[in-house]
Design a protein around this ligand. Structure first.
Ligand code: NIG
Ligand code: FE
Length: 412
């Protein structure tokens, strides 16, 4: 049997327990444990409490003693990324900053299609290499679970190549990679038929292969002027639902059709929401759909932030993710972006931390991580500070000094 291990002491242990999935959270609801410790066994948390009590109660445990000031939070969860891709879009970035819009660039042949072309040229091995490099960067920022979308293949074979690359990368890197099929990212420019025919082909040919090859349990679609309409996506989601896939939506990024589809189809999350108005905010907040803000896309495109404060005040569940992708969100630094969203949207530390831990986990259908409590994965992000507030206050510049994944030290 695997040996028990006691990690600590931490000046502050922030377990994120006892907090609800929905609604606003005040900082004083964080049940911080001073001089805390985490007892780990077989990759999971066996107990949390004060370090000294755990040392007395579990004297057989091997201790991993820390010197100096440390604060421990759950390993962070980036619940929306596109880190599997080929090439770069530095030119799009320059064009946007010279005045062209994201949609104008997309229409003139740049945008997502540019990355599709470059991703199709890349071999699966090259995609694995690129994705692993970015996943390791996220790990250094304290991220222990990363959702990764396909969506730059846009044919049955090329989507399969991407999803196999994501699966292989998952075996190589510290963080867990959670794959999502985003074959409905846009109508591929080389597709000989209509959008309806493309979606029909993907759902009848690719969906069964995703199940057979155990590539993903999640289907995403981009509902937008430059991609697919709500009407086109409805039969696609009906098929996905009937086959038991979880549904997630790129919704309300520039216009407001997507979040209603997310609510109607009981999607697990509706992501982006920069264009959501009071109507969409109320509708989302009343539903069980997790609303996901993507401040990386706001920073990358120079547009509005999702109305995170209003969503929380209306009683919604708010996750925060980086949207790390070569086009709209090239930075890929979850802590920096989440702390900046907090500043602009006036979110408490607790709300921001919930958005990148247990609320992000729920957006992926995962209830075994994102909190530090008995039975949860021993995924820990540890910072050199005696005060948890310093983490967001430093706006991403206070990096973790140590990261544990399933009870193993994966970064220090
Ligand atoms: O989430 N909005 C659509 N998809 C991505 C952008 C992908 C890209 O531009 O390559 C997003 O922002
Ligand atoms: Fe995205």
């Amino acid at each position: 049997m695997d040996k028990k291990r006691l990690i600590g002491p931490f000046k502050q242990l922030v377990p994120m327990t006892g907090l609800s999935l929905k609604g606003a959270i005040a900082d004083d609801a964080l049940a911080i444990i001073p001089d805390g410790g985490v007892l780990v066994s077989e990759g999971k948390i066996e107990a949390i409490g004060t370090f000294e009590t755990l040392r007395t109660n579990y004297s057989e445990a091997e201790t991993h003693p820390l010197q100096g000031n440390h604060t421990c939070i759950p390993g962070c969860i980036d619940s929306h990324t596109h880190i599997c891709f080929g090439g770069t879009r530095a030119n799009d970035y320059a064009l946007r900053n010279s005045g062209k819009t994201y949609l104008e660039i997309a229409k003139s042949g740049g945008g997502i299609w540019d990355t599709v072309t470059q991703t199709r040229k890349a071999s699966k091995a090259e995609l694995v290499k690129n994705t692993a490099k970015l996943a390791k960067r996220h790990l250094k920022n304290g991220v222990t679970t990363i959702e990764v979308k396909s969506g730059y293949g846009l044919s049955v074979d090329e989507e399969l190549k991407m999803l196999h690359a994501i699966k292989e990368t998952n075996e190589l890197v510290g963080p867990d990679l959670i794959p999502t099929c985003l074959a409905a990212h846009m109508l591929p420019k080389d597709y000989p038929g209509t959008a309806e025919e493309y979606l029909e082909e993907i759902s009848t040919v690719l969906f069964p292969l995703l199940k057979e090859q155990q590539l993903t349990n999640r289907i995403d679609a981009f509902i937008e002027e430059s991609a697919f309409s709500a009407l086109q996506i409805m039969p696609y989601f009906q098929k996905a639902r009937a086959m038991g896939f979880d549904i997630t939506v790129h919704a309300d990024q520039f216009s407001t059709k997507g979040s209603k589809v997310a609510v109607d189809f009981k999607a697990i999350s509706a992501d982006h929401l920069e264009a959501s108005t009071e109507l969409e905010i109320q509708r989302l907040a009343k539903s069980d759909v997790i609303a996901m803000a993507l401040p990386g896309a706001t920073i990358g495109l120079g547009c509005a932030f999702a109305p995170a404060r209003k969503l929380l005040d209306a009683g919604g569940a708010l996750a925060i993710a980086s949207d790390h992708n070569p086009g709209s969100a090239p930075m890929g630094d979850l802590l920096t972006q989440a702390s900046i969203l907090g500043v602009f949207e006036k979110l408490s530390n607790a709300e921001v931390m919930a958005g990148i831990t247990f609320r992000a986990a729920a957006a992926l259908g995962l209830y075994d991580r994102g909190r530090l409590e008995k039975g949860y994965l021993a995924d820990l992000s540890i910072f050199h500070t005696d005060n948890y507030q310093e983490i967001l206050y430093n706006q991403g510049n206070l990096k973790p000094c140590m990261v544990w994944k399933k009870g193993e030290l994966v970064y220090d």
